[in-house]
Design a binder for this molecule. Structure first.
Ligand code: DQA
Length: 144
């Protein structure tokens, strides 16, 4: 199984930004742990992070050609308004799981709406970085 984890803007700043919300583990630490799990579970995993909308869309489109089996995406703030990322995800017919580290519903009202959720298979939020690992486990079932 070939999985792609996409992290959007400012998620490369994990461990630096708003630690009370996102925790103290770095993005690099997260990727290392995800790769360890992938190895144990026999999953081919690519972790992609970019701060730009266009680069994220390009990577989603590439997933169509490189035969990715499933996409786990934390779109960061783009979740709340990027119709372009939503359209890119809608173009690819593989299981997609949206992840948010924080419980966006407990936060500012502008975070309560995601334009991405309707084109995803499911969503995991508010469980910290553990959400990415849970999404990987869910993918094992979804991609069977
Ligand atoms: C986030 C929530 C978004 O509202 C925010 O803009 C982020 C991170 C999360 O993982 O909780 O950058 O996606």
């Amino acid at each position: 199984m070939k999985l792609l984890v996409i992290n959007g803007p400012n998620l490369n700043f994990l461990g630096i930004r708003e630690k009370g919300i996102y925790g103290s583990e770095s993005y690099e630490g997260l990727v290392e742990r995800l790769q360890e799990k992938a190895k144990q579970d026999g999953i081919e995993l690519e972790c992609f992070q970019n701060n730009g909308e266009g680069a994220i869309i390009d990577r989603i489109q590439k997933a169509y050609f490189d035969k990715t089996d499933g996409i786990i995406i934390n779109p960061g703030a783009y979740a709340h308004y990027s119709i372009a990322i939503r359209d890119a995800l809608a173009s690819i017919e593989v299981p997609k799981i949206e992840v948010h580290i924080s419980n966006v519903y407990k936060r500012e009202e502008f975070r309560h709406k995601s334009v991405i959720t309707p084109v995803c298979t499911g969503e995991i939020l508010g469980l910290g970085l553990n959400g990415y690992f849970l999404a990987m486990d869910a993918m094992k079932e979804l991609c069977k």
